[in-house]
Design a protein around this ligand. Structure first.
Ligand SMILES: Nc1ncnc2c1ncn2[C@@H]1O[C@H](COP(=O)(O)OP(=O)(O)OP(=O)(O)O)[C@@H](O)[C@H]1O
Ligand SMILES: [Mg+2]
Length: 443
């Protein structure tokens, strides 16, 4: 029970002592506060949310129901004196996680640590599964095994909070996907999720995109336009590659975060905005801090900081990720990934992280038919889409359309879904690309 914070609400000094003994023996986590009354508990809870609350039923200034009424987002275990069983049942109905009857021999203290552990495990599972339901949130689903649990927990916490979040991690580790997961797990999930990639736009455009402008404020500004801050009103604004934002815009952004006001370029007065900010950076923060990444904005944004670990540090998750990604891309086709292949994927370095894993599996599905051997595609450039090796049987020849579709999909991914840049890279016009995106159902 690492990193677990308990709150015991108990007015009986003898029971308090017994509890303290469990803590001293290491049977319960040391981060444990004790409140002798409902009032004291309220005070503690107004400052911190524990992971589990253990509350005696009858307290000097109230009952455990007063605690349940606070609807704190953590399991509450109720302890009652013998004879209060009926109350205990009511407590469960009112949302308590479990109850323990205090017996004279204090046997309940033996069950307490296990009960607390079970409560914590269940809560963490719930946090994980919040993201695993609902079709419209598909793009925000996060797959992962044990190596990802801590990150998932942080993401769930971030979803519950309203403060800014800073996501860090190498390319392809899932920062953008995590930003969506946070938004769709949050209270404002039905409000807009808007994103802007600060590295993909020239300096003058970023400012116009972020804050909007008034017609005539510069050449080309033919009509008034809202910035992305206003468009995200009530929802979440995802600032990708924040470390690449020009310094003077970083300080302007800081101003917006502090007073929640944006002023369109050319406008005289500012408007109030209410948006939740999630920022991401792939650059080494410690290195760029104070140079290309302003310290003040960094601290303002990293109220919650989540580091997405590289895939090579969470190899145990690779089998689970493969299953998930294959389900996503095989679209009902019958494909098989033998264990020997999974083992090879587990031992690979994955410099491009989950994006690379996804690309390799996509190419395998397109090029290899039913029995996948993605390990043969490792280390080859992600964009080579044509059959790199000879097709081994007639049934394995992908259609040109399949190859084109996949090539467009991967190019979009690499260009962070910027269609203008993707069209340029592919050497086709924007309208052609848009038509093909529609045709292949890629949006
Ligand atoms: N936990 C996950 N489960 C399933 N798919 C994932 C997961 N994490 C990331 N992906 C997928 O992997 C690819 C790369 O993820 P994403 O674009 O979020 O990475 P990123 O860290 O934002 O990369 P970059 O720094 O290049 O912007 C995407 O296709 C994404 O959908
Ligand atoms: Mg990204």
């Amino acid at each position: 029970m690492d990193n677990v914070r308990l709150l015991l609400i108990e007015d009986d000094l003898v029971d308090q002592m017994a509890f303290k003994r469990l803590v001293a023996n290491g049977e319960l986590p040391s981060d444990c506060e004790i409140a002798g009354s409902v009032a004291l508990a309220r005070d503690i809870l107004s400052r911190n949310t524990p992971d589990v609350i253990i509350s005696d039923y009858l307290l000097g200034d109230g009952t455990a129901f007063d605690i349940l009424d606070l609807h704190i987002d953590c399991p509450v275990i109720i302890t009652t004196g013998a004879g209060d069983e009926e109350v205990a049942v009511k407590a469960i109905k009112a949302g308590a996680y479990d109850y323990l009857i205090k017996d004279a021999a204090q046997n309940y203290l033996k069950i307490l640590p296990v009960t607390i552990e079970k409560a914590i495990r269940q809560k963490r599972n719930e946090e994980r599964h919040r993201f695993l339901s609902g079709r419209e949130y598909e793009e925000a689903l996060l797959a992962g095994g044990l190596g990802f649990e801590e990150t998932m927990r942080l993401i769930a916490r971030a979803a519950d909070a309203e403060s800014p979040v800073l996501l860090t991690g190498e390319t392809g580790t899932g920062k953008s996907r995590a930003a969506k997961a946070i938004h769709y797990g949050s209270r404002v999930r039905t409000m807009p999720f808007m994103g802007i990639n600060c590295a993909a736009l020239p300096e003058n455009l970023i400012e116009a995109e972020l804050f909007g402008y008034r017609r005539g404020s510069f050449t080309g500004a033919v009509a008034d336009r809202k910035g992305i801050f206003e468009l995200a009103e009530g929802g979440t604004l995802f600032l990708d590659e924040i470390g690449e934002m020009p310094l003077h815009l970083q300080s302007k952004l800081l101003g917006v975060l502090e007073d929640k006001q944006v002023r369109r370029i050319g406008d005289e007065s500012a408007r109030h905005v209410n948006v939740r900010i999630i920022a991401a950076t792939g650059v080494d923060v410690e290195h760029s801090l104070g140079r290309t990444f302003r310290k003040d904005i960094f601290y303002r944004l990293s109220v919650i900081r989540i580091h997405m670990p590289p895939l090579r540090e969470r190899r145990a998750d690779i089998p689970e990720l493969c299953k998930f990604v294959l389900r996503e891309i095989a679209e009902g086709r019958d494909v098989r990934l033998p264990d020997s292949e999974v083992a090879k994927l587990v031992s690979y370095e994955w410099p491009g992280n989950i994006r690379e894993l996804k690309n390799v599996l996509e190419r395998a599905v397109i090029l290899q038919g039913r029995d996948l051997r993605p390990s043969t595609l490792l280390g080859s450039p992600a964009l080579v889409c044509g059959p790199s090796g000879p097709a081994r049987s007639k049934g394995q020849i992908p259609t040109l359309a399949e190859i084109e579709k996949n090539h467009i999909r991967q190019s979009l991914e690499i260009m962070s879904r910027n269609v203008t840049q993707t069209a340029k890279a592919l050497g086709i016009s924007l309208s052609t690309l848009k038509r093909k995106i529609k045709e292949y159902g890629l949006k």
